[in-house]
Design a protein around this ligand. Structure first.
Ligand code: PGA
Length: 262
């Protein structure tokens, strides 16, 4: 299990899903389950659902998040939403650098760096995603990719500025594919990422940053993943859209024996 100094975080990423009515129903279930969760809970919802879900979660143990932001504070950026606007709308967190943004919408490490800065400036908890593609893993580029994404993504910020940072390791080959990283693969990558954080800003910083695993997390595999010492939580896509599944993930047991497939 993660170090006692790092409180686990289970974050749902709803992506581009659910009507407002469905969003309200699901967020009610998350709100009601959050008090008995094994760690902190957040849901990262589409922009259009922020107000409605925020009204449901208000005053509860579940935090509200968004899935992306722009780095500018305001202006002529048609279609974009700033980090300050998200904070103003009640968000406490925002995902930056999700692989779908990188792959489908051109988010570069430089953009992720700017978005991260905007999120921090707005007082949001940034959930900064990194992860290698299958091709990169198979050609043994995983560590190089992760190192570059961390170095470029965090460039220019002091440890104090990064106090709220959450990193999410999301191997692209595991996202929405049903092919989860094994607990051992996740641990190996998380330990590597923590090593990069240590290299950048020292041991105390590295030990303080939560590193979530994302990629086909389910009620069946969450306990074994959370049992790994450097896995501090999960970023959950598909399974966060079903109340039963997400509530079970929120109640993970990190004491579970590591699964046999390591
Ligand atoms: P998944 O998505 O759980 O559906 O694989 C995770 C994510 O993309 O954050």
């Amino acid at each position: 299990m993660s170090s006692a100094s790092r409180r686990p975080l289970i974050a749902g990423n709803w992506k581009m899903n659910l009507t407002l009515a469905q969003s309200v129903d699901l967020s009610r279930a998350v709100r009601d389950g959050a008090a008995s969760a094994s760690g902190e809970v957040a849901v990262c919802v589409p922009f259009t659902a922020i107000a409605a879900v925020g009204a449901v979660l208000k005053g509860s143990a579940a935090a509200l998040g968004a899935q992306d932001c722009h780095w500018e504070t305001q202006g002529a950026f048609t279609g974009e939403v700033s980090a300050g606007m998200l904070a103003d709308a009640g968000c406490a967190a925002v995902i930056v650098g999700h692989s779908e943004r990188r792959r489908l919408f051109g988010d570069s490490d430089e953009w992720v760096n700017k978005k991260l800065g905007a999120a921090l400036k707005a007082g949001l908890t940034p959930i900064a995603c990194v992860g290698e593609t299958l091709e990169e893993r198979e050609s043994r580029k995983t560590w190089r990719i992760l190192q570059t994404q961390v170095e470029q993504g965090l460039k220019g910020f002091s440890p104090a500025e990064l106090a709220k940072l959450v990193v999410a390791y999301e191997p692209v080959w595991a996202i929405g594919t049903g092919r989860t990283a094994t607990p051992a693969q996740a641990q190996e990558a998380h330990a590597f990422l923590r090593g990069q954080l240590r290299r950048l800003h020292g041991e105390a910083f590295a030990q303080s940053v939560r590193i979530l695993y994302g990629g086909s997390v389910t009620p069946e595999n969450v306990d074994a993943l959370m049992a790994q010492p450097d896995v501090d939580g999960a970023l959950v896509g598909g399974a966060s859209l079903k109340a039963d599944a997400f509530l079970r993930i929120m109640r993970f047991s990190a004491a579970a024996p590591a699964s046999a497939d390591q």
